[in-house]
Design a protein around this ligand. Structure first.
Ligand SMILES: C[S@@+](CC[C@H](N)C(=O)[O-])C[C@H]1O[C@@H](n2cnc3c(N)ncnc32)[C@H](O)[C@@H]1O
Length: 512
């Protein structure tokens, strides 16, 4: 049975402001909390993984009962279902960790407080979005509801962030405090013009799948030679219509021009700094890349099937731990460069390579090769694996750019590895695994347990899947027929996302 804390249950009605905020229709006569149901399972339904429940592992009787219930389909609440829930504690990001009263199934609820018992309705299964990325939407959303009811009214179009937990509601954003100044200038310039009916631009409607503009991605970097900022603007659209984007490009470029600075010549004359483009306008030597990724799918992803360059080049540059990295629009790169230095420094410390060039490093989920290339200076060879082809091209180019010849990068899906995986490289002395939020697939966990590399460094931006995967590697799982063989030696969080509830963790595991 789920324990109900004795310090009193607060009736949901005792917080009338919640009713106002949540506005969820009451399924019965009581007010109802709109529940976001979040399974911590990393993989899609129907795959090898089952959603984990967080019942107390010491409570065997409860565990057995729950196992039986789990085999019953009704154990997994459905969308729209009403549930009696008890909030037991606060979890990551401040959500309430609640349990369904009769089954113990774990549900994460926004704004539920420990000790509260309430009736909730399952409104969605939470999906992960890529953030810091702005989306175009047909309806601006305010906490009280949509700003405009008429879908066709351009004044109500939104360019901003998803309302947390909703794929089809958007908060209009004019300035983002996490973005650089040039990126905010671009955002402002686009906000000022894109709704102009004369431009014929329509946001993509996630329900009807009509419309053109899907996402706007802004990425800031730094020129390795001059140290000056670089900016990449990526318009993700549903089709290729460069003529529609041209007015936006023309709007962006002038705002990044600045008044010519002056300098004093040796003779004491004050003169303008000579930095002119072909039409004679002075430009700050500030590189801007504007690209268009065309994504024809109905999904919410911002990765394009085809990419077109509208201005400048297809990559921006960033420097990390003394190495230069060229990054394409579709490749992952850490969003916080200053803290990425700290993160990679910590990985290097945990890796503790001898430095005699004798050790093999396997860099799983390598992205543009950042971690592997940082370690390559002390290793015999680095092997990197990554699913995004552009990221692999970037990693290979970055190895050349930094004159690193002992690194091999291979494109492949680590969720789909088979028995041949690992035959192309020698047994690694150390494995780095840096998956995205869903964590590692059971196939990869099984591979690592069989491989028995002496050390694994697990880097994670999602404490829930990090804890799950570490548990598999250290303690195994009867359900998955795996035996753990690692011990967690060190773990340190790094604040990669200041002013947000997100956290990155670096974990060192050693063989027993
Ligand atoms: C958190 S990022 C880490 C990238 C890199 N280690 C870094 O620090 O820049 C995770 C990376 O895993 C890649 N990825 C996601 N799913 C994958 C899969 N199934 N197989 C291989 N790579 C995957 C993503 O494209 C992304 O580059």
């Amino acid at each position: 049975m789920t324990a109900i804390p004795s310090h009193g249950l607060r009736c949901f009605n005792s917080r009338p402001w919640l009713q106002t905020l949540r506005r969820s229709p009451s399924p019965r006569s009581f007010s109802c909390l709109s529940v976001s149901l979040s399974s911590s399972s990393p993989v899609e339904e129907g795959s090898e993984e089952a959603p984990s429940d967080a019942t107390n592992p010491n409570d065997t009787a409860v565990d057995n009962t729950n196992k039986e219930k789990r085999q019953n389909a009704s154990f997994f609440p459905k969308k729209g279902q009403t549930l009696e829930l008890v909030c037991e504690s606060l979890a990551f990001t401040g959500k309430g960790l609640c349990k369904v009263s009769d089954t113990g199934f774990v549900v994460m609820c926004d704004r539920a407080l420990p000790g509260e018992r309430f009736i909730g309705r399952v409104t969605r299964k939470k999906k992960n979005y890529a953030e810091m990325e702005f989306s175009f939407g047909t309806k601006t959303w305010l906490p009280g509801g949509p700003l405009q009811d008429k879908q066709s009214d351009a004044a109500g179009y939104a360019l901003g962030l998803h309302v947390p937990g909703f794929f089809d509601k958007f908060l209009n954003i004019n300035k983002c405090l996490l973005q650089s100044e040039p990126a905010n200038k671009v955002l402002k310039a686009i906000q000022e013009c894109w709704r102009d009916p004369n431009l014929g631009l329509c946001p993509y409607d996630v329900h009807s799948h009509a419309g053109f503009l899907k996402h706007l991605m802004l990425r800031s970097g730094r020129d390795v030679n001059t140290g000056l900022p670089e900016l990449m603007v990526n318009f993700v659209t549903s089709s290729y219509k460069p003529e529609l984007l041209k007015p936006l490009v023309e709007q962006i470029l002038p705002i990044l021009e600045v008044a010519a600075p002056v300098e004093q010549s040796q003779k004491g004359e004050i003169r303008e700094v000579e930095e002119r483009d072909i039409v004679g306008k002075w430009r700050k030597p500030f590189k801007v890349s504007i690209v268009n990724n065309v994504n024809t799918s109905v999904g919410n992803t911002s990765v394009g099937e085809d990419e077109y360059i509208l201005h400048g080049k297809s990559t921006i540059t960033e420097t990390l731990r003394g190495l230069a990295f060229e990054i394409s629009a579709n490749s992952f790169f850490q969003t916080n460069t200053r803290q990425a230095e700290v993160l990679y420094g910590l990985i290097e410390e945990y890796a503790d390579l001898k430095g005699d060039g004798s050790e093999i490093v396997l860099d799983l989920f390598c992205g543009t090769g950042t971690i592997g290339l940082t370690l390559a200076r002390k290793a015999q060879h680095v092997y990197g694996y990554e699913v995004v082809p552009q990221a692999i091209s970037d990693a290979r180019r970055n190895a050349k750019l930094n004159k690193i010849h002992n690194a091999t990068f291979v494109q492949g899906d680590l969720n789909k590895i088979d028995v041949n995986f690992g035959k192309d490289f020698p047994k690694p002395d150390i494995v780095i695994s840096d998956p995205n939020r869903p964590g590692m697939h059971m196939k990869l966990i099984k591979y690592l347990l069989e491989l028995q590399s002496p050390r694994i460094i697990y880097v994670s931006c999602n404490p829930a899947t990090c804890a799950r995967d570490l548990d598999y590697l250290c303690h195994g799982s009867v359900e998955h027929n795996i035996k753990g063989c690692y011990k967690l030696k060190r773990l340190r969080p790094v604040d990669m996302f200041p002013n947000t509830p997100h956290i990155e963790c670096v974990c060192l595991l050693e063989l027993h």
